[in-house]
Design a protein around this ligand. Structure first.
Ligand SMILES: Nc1ncnc2c1ncn2[C@@H]1O[C@H](COP(=O)(O)OP(=O)(O)OP(=O)(O)O)[C@@H](O)[C@H]1O
Length: 293
């Protein structure tokens, strides 16, 4: 697979703060990669290095086989940072055309707006858009130049469910057409809904880099829930809670737990075993990591 963006052993310091600590990561052509991590994990710093907005303190960064500092290289990518300012007095269509004019082979203006559910707003002044519409427009602009790689820093922060889904649809359409996407998110369901690959960051390092299901498997925690009057002492239980008469047991070994439960002869009903959500997996990974520090 062709690697479109690569960080090799990259460290970035801001004074005494080590924002990135020897991070290595490659984004292959056609991938949709989610970058997940708590505030301050280093996600934005990594993105800024990959797209050439900052330089690493040490290590190397490659973009489309060249340097991210080269304007010709940067013209072939699209970026939406965490915060953007758009000119209030211009109409949506004018902003789109202004951005499109910077690229040799841009996507058609109406097509771009349609992809992000903004088709009816071309004549509206930017100052008259809602927060959600403005954010969608800012994200849509990253796709204006028909880029090979799109980098989105927290694209759906502040969006309601409907606007978020409209934005996801635009990102998906680009990806299904062969595009490559790197996005950061605090919304775990967003990463699960969009990405095939998840890179979990914490404390300036990559803690895990795998598929959503592999990351769940890595953590290996399952939730066993059932209804029972009384439960015996069971092996491997990390935690338990009782909600509306249902007991949920968190365990790393659900098979053994169920065998022991049946052996105990305690009556129970409604047995369900489910994997942890990505959020639970993520919290476990970061908690483990801080325990090591
Ligand atoms: N310009 C800067 N000057 C000083 N410190 C900075 C600067 N930019 C980032 N940092 C620090 O580097 C660390 C990583 O920050 P970064 O913004 O990359 O994290 P993040 O994962 O994107 O967080 P968030 O989810 O809050 O956006 C933090 O400790 C942050 O305070």
């Amino acid at each position: 697979m062709t690697v479109l963006a690569r960080a090799s052993e990259v460290t970035r310091r801001y004074g005494d703060v080590v924002a990135l600590d020897r991070v290595s990561l490659g984004i292959g052509a056609g991938e949709l990669v989610g970058l997940l991590g708590p505030n301050g994990a280093g996600k934005s710093t990594l993105i800024n290095l990959l797209v050439g907005l900052r330089r690493p303190t040490s290590g190397t960064v490659e973009l489309l086989g060249g340097s991210p500092l080269d304007p010709a290289t940067r013209r072939r990518i699209g970026v939406t940072p965490q915060e953007t300012g758009l000119p209030e007095s211009l109409r949506v269509g004018e902003v789109v055309d202004f951005v499109r004019a910077h690229y040799p082979d841009p996507v058609g203006g109406p097509e771009l707006l349609d992809r992000f559910g903004l088709g009816d707003l071309a004549k509206r002044q930017v100052g008259g858009l809602s927060g959600g519409q403005r954010r969608r427009l800012a994200v849509a602009l990253a796709f204006a130049g028909d880029p090979r790689l799109v980098v989105l820093d927290e694209p759906t922060t502040g969006l309601d469910v409907e606007a978020r889904h409209a934005l996801w649809a635009g990102v998906r359409a680009y990806h299904e057409g062969g595009g490559t996407v790197l996005l950061t998110s605090h919304y775990l369901e967003e990463i699960e809904a969009l990405a095939q690959r998840v890179v979990v960051m914490g404390g300036g390092r990559v803690l895990a880099d795998d598929t959503v299901s592999a990351i769940r498997g890595m953590v290996g925690v399952r939730r066993v829930s059932l209804v029972a009057e009384r439960l015996p002492e069971l092996p491997g239980v990390l935690g338990s809670e009782l909600v509306d008469g249902r007991t949920t047991l968190v365990t790393t070994d659900p098979d053994r737990l169920v065998v022991e439960l049946v052996r105990s002869g305690a009556p129970f009903s409604g047995l369900e075993i489910r994997p942890t959500t990505l959020e639970e997996a993520f919290l476990t990974i970061t908690a483990k990591e801080s325990a090591h520090v």
